[in-house]
Design a protein around this ligand. Structure first.
Ligand code: GDP
Ligand code: IMO
Ligand code: MG
Length: 420
């Protein structure tokens, strides 16, 4: 029996999808527990590339049951499209997907509110994915959200939709086009009911039973620790608990059932959207990372900001997540760079810090203190090999964090994984 959480330790896009697909070979259940269609998890199998937004990244293995937990905010339109896309390629989704009755819906009104908030001059622009995530979680916390189970009871749905729209009347009045009304949303919900009702389940009962039976469960995080609503670089964060501690409430299991936390970090750092990024690069090294790493957002296509590996940021997220083992991805992207840097401290006018700071202004102003490493040649991490300089680079990270690196990923494909 194992119940392992897979989490991102940076600002998202660490390669969680790839790693979950790899680990899912041996998993009976693969569970998403937070976030929504803001996530874009890419898996490459042979020549095909799949991008998952809501469906867990284990769906390509025919035996695993995939579960969307109560902590996820589900955009039914996005989900239905994702299911159809996979089923058209012969992948059985509906037979193996369960959606929590308590998961909240992202409605078109949430996407509209996301855009309106982002274009408002009164608050900082976050650079969201525009998927309605913040507004949907706000409505959940504000107790006017619509849950999956509400689709099953049309009689009470109209009153719930009226309450939800009423909450946002003032803001929606500023929309350039007339926003959807109650009857429009009701109509949409009827369609969602038709497509999704058979998948709505008590997933907490399903997962707990599976654990009792000694099954293997993978809990797939979305985003990354520094985008966590509590622990991230607030306000430049997403609106959910992305850390491992968010997994138990996000799928309805007790925290003591977790047997391990796998932290994923890229061999460098990327970030999409606004917010501080002390090791961000410009110039030829940034171009190398962006081009070789194909650093464009899987959900929005936006170019990702790129920079050196930040040990302080990852040490902080390893602590918050209670990481028991590490996976380092995209080591191949560093192939061919003559020298590499890892940030080991932040310098400001007040001196040197060796811990990730709590003050947001500090991150904006600091200068990273780097330790330099010799690089290795082009293509040297291919074919399951790790040149000695790559070993030194990885050993330094593992030693400084005092956490073993179990896997190193050196390419997009399933075969490009080195077991340490
Ligand atoms: P996620 O959101 O954490 O699942 O990550 P994304 O899928 O958004 O972004 C990671 C990108 O890097 C995807 O295009 C992956 O296919 C790709 N990728 C994952 N691991 C590796 C690796 O080891 N090397 C290379 N070159 N690409 C990788
Ligand atoms: P995966 O799971 C990278 C970022 C957005 C923005 C902030 C808030 O693929 O790693 P939101 O739409 O959530 O309100 O946006 O969070 N963001 C991500 N960045 N990877 C993601 O997911 C992200 N999901 C949200 O760019 O800065
Ligand atoms: Mg992604």
């Amino acid at each position: 029996m194992s119940v392992r959480v897979v989490v991102g330790l940076q600002w998202g896009d660490e390669g969680k999808g790839k790693v979950v697909d790899y680990l899912a070979r041996d998993a009976d259940y693969i569970v998403r527990y937070q976030g929504g269609a803001n996530a874009g998890h890419t898996v490459k199998v042979e020549d095909r590339i799949y991008v998952f937004h809501l469906i867990p990244s284990g769906i390509l293995h025919p035996s695993g049951i995939c579960v969307i937990g109560n902590g996820v905010v589900v955009d039914p339109e996005s989900l239905v499209e994702e299911i159809a896309g996979l089923e058209s390629q012969g992948i059985d989704v509906c037979g193996r997907l369960r959606i929590s009755h308590a998961a909240h819906l992202v409605l078109p009104v949430h996407r509209l509110l996301d855009q309106l908030y982002e274009s408002s001059r009164d608050a900082p622009r976050i650079g969201t994915t525009g998927r309605g995530i913040g507004p949907a979680y706000s409505d959940k916390a504000g107790r006017v959200g619509i849950r999956m189970v509400d689709l099953l009871d049309e009689k009470s749905l109209e009153a719930k939709l009226t309450a939800l729209l009423g909450r946002h009347r003032a803001v929606l009045a500023g929309a350039p086009n007339s926003p959807p009304g109650v009857s429009d949303l009701l109509q949409l919900c009827r369609g969602y009911h038709e497509r999704l009702a058979p998948l709505i389940s008590d997933v907490s009962a399903i997962i707990n039973r599976a654990i009792d039976q000694g099954k293997s469960v993978l809990l797939e995080g979305a985003q990354g620790a520094h985008l966590d609503v509590d622990h991230g670089t607030y306000p430049y964060v997403t609106s959910s608990s992305t850390v491992a501690g968010g997994a138990p409430p996000g799928c309805g299991i007790g925290p003591a059932r977790i047997t391990g936390v796998i932290g994923i970090a890229k061999a460098y750092t990327t970030r999409v959207g606004e917010g501080p990024f002390p090791t961000e690069l410009e110039g030829p090294e940034a171009r190398h990372l962006k081009e070789k790493g194909r650093e464009f957002g899987a959900t929005t296509g936006r170019p990702r900001r790129c920079g050196w590996f930040d040990l302080l940021a990852v040490r902080r997220s390893a602590m918050i997540n209670g990481v028991s083992e590490l996976v380092i991805t995209k080591i191949d992207v560093l192939d061919g760079l003559p020298s590499l840097k890892i940030c080991v401290g932040y310098r400001t006018g007040d001196g040197l810090r060796e811990q990730f700071p709590m003050e947001p202004w500090f991150l904006q102003d600091c200068q990273p203190l780097y330790r330099e490493f010799d690089g290795w040649g082009p293509g040297e991490t291919s074919g399951g090999r790790l040149p000695s300089n790559a070993r030194k680079y990885l050993d330094f990270i593992s030693g400084e964090l005092d956490i073993p690196i179990r896997l190193v990923s050196a390419g997009m494909g399933r075969a490009d994984v080195i077991i340490l």
